[in-house]
Design a protein around this ligand. Structure first.
Ligand code: COA
Length: 204
């Protein structure tokens, strides 16, 4: 398996769209839009998610690290400046204990259902951190679920697992739901180099 990565952009939009369409829009047509909208905005926008997402990509207001196998995207890790992703889960509990607002959020993963268990989400996370570093770095927060030592439904893990984040240097700060943690790390800025071949996924 020879994987590469690239950021979500107008160039990579067709591959992103093919992966979403292969999975019937994801969650019945989410198109990875729900974390972009303010709480409550979702219902008003229903049915327009594809168009909204594509517009955001064109305007540079939607970020993700896409993982490719050849020309096809096989998964992504969504990230963005905090203002771009206002609608995190457990927001009420999150705001109760909020200190400083982070520079960046990592909100969501999606991996082709035929390619799960190969380490692709973990690679996408590393790539998202690399893109954040290229964009100037800063404080990054995420909201993964703690299922350490257990299996659960793949759809419960759309924000990733605690283990994935701890392995990439994130630290737990506080719990905002039964299994959901706020994790944080700093990312230092780097200079741009691309494209690149990825290593580290388990072979399929
Ligand atoms: C959850 C998901 C992202 C994992 O992707 P993946 O490529 O299979 O994950 P990886 O192989 O990189 O594994 C990452 C870690 O998650 C763990 N993991 C993966 N699936 C798991 C499951 N169902 N239960 C418990 N842990 C799981 C792995 O064991 C691994 O742990 P480790 O780092 O300690 O070894 C994938 O199953 C997925 O896309 N699910 C659907 C998410 C969704 O609905 N997104 C839409 C968002 S709106």
């Amino acid at each position: 398996m020879s994987l590469t990565s690239n950021g979500l952009s107008t160039t990579t939009w067709p591959a992103f769209a093919r992966l979403v369409e292969k999975h019937n829009g994801i969650f019945g047509g989410c198109w990875c839009i729900s974390f972009h909208l303010e709480p409550g905005e979702n219902k008003q926008m229903a049915g327009r998610y594809r168009e909204l997402k594509e517009t955001r990509v064109r305007e540079g207001r939607a970020h993700a690290a896409l993982v490719f196998d050849g020309p096809e995207a096989v998964g992504w890790c969504q990230f963005g400046p905090t203002a771009e992703l206002p609608n995190i889960r457990s927001k009420k509990e999150y705001e109760q204990g909020l200190g400083a607002v982070p520079d960046w959020r990592i909100t969501c993963f999606f991996i082709d259902r035929e390619r799960r268990g190969e380490g692709i989400a973990s690679l996408a996370l590393r790539e998202a951190l690399r893109l954040i570093a290229q964009a100037g770095g800063g404080t990054v927060e995420a909201y993964p679920e703690d299922y350490t030592g257990e299996r659960t439904s793949n759809s419960f893990l759309c924000s990733g697992t605690l283990g994935m984040f701890e392995k990439t240097g994130f630290k737990k700060t506080r719990k905002i739901a039964m299994r959901r943690w706020v994790v944080v790390r700093k990312v230092s800025p780097t200079r741009v180099t691309r494209p690149r071949r990825l290593t580290g996924a388990r072979s399929s």
